[in-house]
Design a protein around this ligand. Structure first.
Ligand SMILES: Nc1ncnc2c1ncn2[C@@H]1O[C@H](COP(=O)(O)OP(=O)(O)OP(=O)(O)O)[C@@H](O)[C@H]1O
Ligand SMILES: [Mg+2]
Length: 299
């Protein structure tokens, strides 16, 4: 588990995180969501014992150790947002270095290199790696041991679809084993797929907590459906506007903003009016608009 209690940290008089109280129970995966500069990295680093709170505290692991206690380091693994390794070492040497520090048995090196799909590249110098390969290596290092708590700062930012799949499976396995995973991300897909709960911080303050599904549903309700209609019939827009007052034509596309739940009704109206549906897309609501709404700022 991880528990933040009124965690506050300021840099040069500006509060990066302001009174964060949040719990990540054992056996759960919690995502930290928020705009750039909202305090995600600062919060995750505090759990890793790398940021000293100005006030409040962070405790973690089965023994509820203060994150600043050196013993708490044994209970967690941390993937930094900007991970880097010595460029002249090979991937295998990097993994072996951390494996020895963490007293993990030797066979773990092959296991995590395989997980990171770096089997071949493991013998190459890290200086020759692509951005995504360095991130995979970072994940391999962070998942070497079987620590209680995984702290991952934007773990998926540079991953390709195959890397994402491997990462999702790893998080699922950790959750099933009763582990605690706390990660930050700007990718809605990660949150929908992985997070039991989502904590949203804006300007250093916790502004909302949702389940992953609730968040996806709220964003879908702020989305837009676009229906391409051949032979649009007269009077259709008026009927659609009875359901969705903001509906409008753009060329041969019917634009329908608003809750996902009204979309089937709109499609029924199009068909009843003899419209021929040639294409349909639905976009989720945007996170930036959602953040503004949560803090009550004008959009
Ligand atoms: N070492 C530091 N010195 C001074 N200011 C800092 C330092 N670290 C963070 N900050 C400031 O604290 C605030 C929060 O930064 P943080 O890195 O926690 O944000 P973040 O939510 O992780 O953003 P991003 O999505 O861009 O990674 C920002 O205003 C940042 O400028
Ligand atoms: Mg960050």
């Amino acid at each position: 588990m991880i528990r933040y209690r009124a965690f506050t940290k300021a840099y040069g008089g500006r509060r990066a995180v302001d009174g964060l109280t949040l719990e990540v129970p054992a056996g759960s995966v919690v995502a930290l969501l928020g705009p750039n500069g909202s305090g995600k990295t600062t919060s995750i680093k505090a759990a890793a014992g790398l940021v000293r709170p100005d006030s409040g505290e962070v405790v973690l692991g089965a023994e509820h150790l203060n994150a600043l206690d050196a013993r708490a380091r044994r209970a967690c693994s941390f993937l930094p947002q900007r991970v880097s390794f010595p460029e002249t070492l090979t991937g295998r040497e990097v993994v072996d270095f951390y494996r020895r520090i963490r007293h993990v048995p030797g066979d773990a090196t092959d296991r995590v290199l395989k997980f990171a799909s770096l089997n071949g590249a493991g013998e190459r110098a890290v200086g020759t790696y692509s951005g995504g390969m360095v991130q995979r290596l970072g994940l391999a290092v962070a998942t070497l041991g079987t620590t209680d708590v995984l702290l991952l700062d934007e773990p998926t930012a540079a991953l390709d679809p195959e890397g994402l799949g491997a990462f999702y499976r790893l998080v699922d396995a950790r959750r099933q084993a009763g582990g605690t995973v706390f990660f930050s991300s700007h990718q809605l897909g990660d949150i929908e797929r992985l997070a039991d709960r989502v904590a949203v911080i804006v300007a250093g303050r916790l502004v909302a907590e949702f389940t992953g599904r609730q968040l996806a549903a709220r964003l879908a309700d702020r989305g837009v459906m676009r229906v391409r209609v051949d032979a649009p019939t007269a009077g259709l827009l008026e009927r659609v506007r009875a359901l969705c007052p903001e509906a409008a034509w753009r060329g041969d596309e019917l634009i329908v903003p608003g809750p996902a739940s009204m979309r089937p009704g709109v499609l029924d109206l199009v068909r009843e009016a003899g419209g021929d549906i040639r294409g349909l897309t639905a976009e989720e609501g945007r996170l930036d608009a959602f953040y503004r709404e949560l803090i009550g700022a004008p959009s």
